[in-house]
Ligand binder design. Structure first.
Ligand code: MG
Length: 263
């Protein structure tokens, strides 16, 4: 496979499973960086900060600084900046609240620890994974939307895979609850398969789409999010996908990225 100026890696199922690095992943990414490629990490997870993911990746041996990590929380922060929104109502976790606050966005319904409460008015409602979700929070989000707030979702993943094959309800199940009572879907979904964050990465790195390889374990999200922009893609079979769709470039594990005989 040819070397690309930029690699954009999915996290879960591509670089690690739960708290375990996938064999050969860290060595491969280190080698790509040593040989001059840029690397960015992109997860649909909105529940943690950039610093959290950077520490986790560093511990596993990946070359990573917080600025190399893109999550749907950093995506929402960038969206607020782009749209000039500085007050949001948040259905989310403390990591999302903290990321927004660090971007000078006021979260009208969160306390000092980042926990969200059913109160407040804002110009946008942000819905992501929220393990403290309640009927009262849903009701308060609905009232904001009925008053004309914009409606943004971090992602619409139905479930979230954990170790041992366990599935947890994903952000998409909470987005569905909000959409049902509001009678409309989100104005914008920030995470994969939306191209929004990949476009942001390309702009910030100054790399052309055809020079940025997207690497992930889910074709319909990890790879689709850049395909419409013209990015080449590579499926890796270490996560949820066991067989590559026809015409999809793939490798069994990340060592394939270093293999000159693969196309
Ligand atoms: Mg994945």
């Amino acid at each position: 496979m040819r070397r690309y100026p930029l690699y954009i890696f999915d996290l879960d199922g591509t670089l690690y499973r739960g708290d375990e690095a996938i064999p050969h992943a860290a060595d491969t990414v280190r080698r790509l960086v040593e040989e001059g490629s840029a690397v960015r990490y992109f997860t649909n997870n909105s529940g943690q900060t950039r610093e959290f993911f950077a520490r986790k990746l560093q511990t596993m041996g990946f070359p990573c600084e917080p600025g190399m990590v893109y999550s749907t929380a950093t995506g929402v922060a960038a969206l607020c900046r782009e749209r000039g929104v500085d007050r949001v109502f948040c259905v989310g976790e403390p990591g999302l609240v903290q990321t927004l606050r660090e971007a000078a966005v006021e979260v009208v319904n969160a306390d000092a620890k980042g926990r969200v409460w059913p109160c407040g008015e804002a110009s946008a409602v942000v819905v992501g994974i929220c393990r403290s979700f309640t009927y009262a929070l849903l009701d308060a989000a609905l009232q904001c939307l009925l008053k004309g707030a914009s409606y943004w979702a971090t992602n619409t993943d139905a479930t979230y895979p954990l170790e041992g094959g366990r599935l947890e309800p994903g952000a998409g199940s909470l987005v569905a609850a909000v959409s049902t009572c509001a009678g409309r879907g989100p104005d914008l979904v920030v995470g994969k398969p939306s191209p929004w964050i990949v476009r942001q990465i390309l702009e910030e790195t100054g790399v052309a789409p055809q020079d940025a390889l997207l690497v992930g374990d889910r074709p319909e999200t990890d790879l689709a999010c850049g395909r419409t922009l013209g990015c080449p893609t590579c499926l890796v079979l270490t996560g949820v996908t066991r067989q590559a769709p026809p015409d999809q470039a793939f490798c069994e594990d990340l060592r394939g990225l270093l293999d000159p005989t693969l196309r």
